[in-house]
Ligand binder design. Sequence first.
Ligand code: GDP
Ligand code: GDP
Length: 453
Amino acid sequence: MTSENLPVVVIAGRPNVGKSTLFNRLVGRRQAIVSDMPGVTRDRKEGEALLRGRRVKLIDTAGLEEAAPDTLYGRMRASSESAVAMADLVLFCIDARSGITPADAHFASWLRRQNRPVLLIANKAEGQAGTNAALEAYSLGLGTPLALSAEHGEGIADLMGEIAERLPPAEKNRRREAPKTEGEEEERPAGPLRLAIIGRPNAGKSTLLNCLLGEERMITGPEAGLTRDSIAVELHDEHGPIQLVDTAGMRKRARVEQHLEKMSVSASIEALKMAEVVVLVIDATLGVHEQDLQIGRLIEREGRACVIALNKWDAVEDRNATKKAILDRLEISLAQVRGIPVVTFSALTGAGVHRLLPAVRDVYEIWNSRVSTGELNRWFEDALERHQPPLVDGRRLKLRYMTQVKARPPTFLLFGTRAEQLPDSYKRYLVNGLRETFHMPGVPVRLQLRGTK
Ligand code: GDP
Ligand code: GDP
């Protein structure tokens, strides 16, 4: 689909400030993408808008708040995080009638740390309403607020101009820049996203696949799964096709009763190699098994993007305690894939399964993403200041600059005098900082070192 290469504009802010109204105003009813595939589009509203002759992809984060439990702050953040991560521009909305609330301030301070271009919007400012709040909004530290009324259509033309001015230049969209080094970059292929669903036997992989397909499309005959090495199964969501890799092998493994433990890991390696994104299915009633962690480490080693699926959620009694226990275990044992997206559902009843593919798409975007050298080095200077590089043999390492050499997964090259001697602890500090600042949860981040004279 052509919309893949459009600049992404994300509308964010606390509930009720008018995000949906603004979205509809900018997209116009005719262009709104409405899919009648159940469960697929509910999590995120996306549409295309034409702004001063530029087509952009617009994402409305409204309504996502309901998806996650937790506090208001947690919800706002969780719902916007993945969208903001792929934004070329964030439209941060406040309600000029109610003034700046603590939730606005909280969200603004988080947003400032995301290093994404932001345009501050004081909505509901029809007539002279909300002039004070618009002035007060300067204090959010997100630049000059633009007062407008989404509902009454006031200030919309100005807004379109302001957006157009802030977009990356037409041909080189920052996130999908052409590779700088010939041969270094594996280009994003045109075909379907390649997805592997893996996990221990009985975790519910086949049930999940059937649920995603919406019908018993898997080969379930007594011997069929055993006699074929691979069958191509394709799913579709509103972004296009998704190819499931190694589904036959999955079936086969589930049926072979002996040697299960060994087989599922070695066969997982094969599926992993063919996949771009991996869904690791865990039986939530059993908690995290050492084998799950082994697969997790494999995913990181192979450089794949990952989503963790906690299945059989219908059979979990204390959901909060279970989720916490599982997340704690993953956090401790899989530090490399920090912040990894976790989706809970029941493949058997179908409840919650609609959240899986959007999470897969998000992590795929992040896996493909690029950080501009400018942004990267502004962060890098900061990181060096906060924590000086360590002394090695009594001399301080001189780290000079960083550049992203490839995506899929994001790989950074760090130049400096004797950079190759950088201790692991400092490397981890940098990788964690990169992951957090540029929002790369659930994808492996690589850091390579190159010494200069
Ligand atoms: P969201 O939760 O941020 O998506 O907010 P909505 O778009 O659902 O709007 C919340 C409420 O604010 C609705 O009742 C809208 O009609 C109202 N609203 C949106 N824009 C404006 C505006 O420009 N002026 C006024 N007075 N109300 C607005
Ligand atoms: P696979 O070996 O990973 O492909 O697992 P299956 O899909 O064959 O499922 C193993 C068993 O778990 C079957 O008896 C399923 O009915 C059951 N199961 C799968 N998903 C769920 C779920 O969401 N809830 C419950 N309660 N049982 C499930």
